[in-house]
Design a protein around this ligand. Structure first.
Ligand code: COA
Length: 189
């Protein structure tokens, strides 16, 4: 019951957010940059979206030009399961009912963790990532958090830094024998 009410309130907030996007988009220049009808709709994802979300993650990750073998190696970890969607805050942006971008937030003990933030490769660089990250920050704040943490793709570190995140550590790993260092970042809300 409480969950249903929270979901309705959240969706009401999302609709308000959508209106705000419409009214502020001209001011920030996004309307002229986004193709088609210039606006996107925001909604909470449902478990049935999992396959489309996974597809978007895979395509967005490939945007950075990683070798095909690396992409295949990562395929499982890039998959978004229906359980994940059911258990966490996943919010999608759509244009004409087509998935444009989404974020996935996990509400952990002492911080909110941004597990996902992906924009369709054809719409990268139009301000959608910034809008969605701002929404995720608002979402975390409304849920009582003061801090968001994330592990960034190295190519995306500059984007998060531009939004005020700072590097607080590094995750060392390998992919098919090649060393990789991923920045661990924190955004104070
Ligand atoms: C990273 C990502 C979410 C950013 O979203 P976006 O919609 O392309 O970014 P925006 O257009 O909103 O950019 C906002 C600002 O960040 C800057 N920026 C965007 N991407 C950047 C990058 N990779 N490096 C440095 N700065 C970047 C923009 O220039 C812009 O700066 P401005 O405020 O001066 O205008 C998106 O590019 C993406 O999905 N990339 C592929 C997948 C990925 O790596 N996701 C993140 C996983 S951790």
């Amino acid at each position: 019951m409480r969950l249903a009410l929270e979901r309705r309130l959240y969706l009401a907030g999302a609709v308000a957010g959508e209106r705000a996007l419409r009214t502020t988009s001209s001011a920030c220049g996004m309307a002229s940059m986004l193709p088609s009808d210039q606006t996107f709709r925001i909604r909470t994802a449902c478990p049935e979206d999992a396959a489309a979300l996974s597809d978007l993650v895979f395509r967005a990750k490939a945007f950075w030009g990683y070798p095909k073998e690396w992409m295949e190696e990562w395929r499982d970890e890039l998959r978004v399961t229906s359980e994940y969607v059911a258990q966490n805050r996943v919010v999608v942006a759509e244009v004409d009912h087509t998935l444009l971008a989404f974020y996935g937030l996990e509400f952990r003990a002492d911080h909110a963790y941004l597990q996902h933030l992906w924009v369709d490769p054809g719409r990268i660089g139009f301000g959608v990532g910034r809008k969605l990250l701002a929404m995720a920050c608002g979402d975390a704040r409304k849920n009582g958090y003061r801090v968001i943490e994330l592990v960034a793709d190295p190519n995306a570190e500059g984007f998060y830094a531009r939004q005020g995140a700072v590097r607080i550590g590094e995750i060392h790993g390998t992919v098919l024998g090649t060393a990789r260092i991923l920045p661990k970042m924190q955004l104070v809300l």
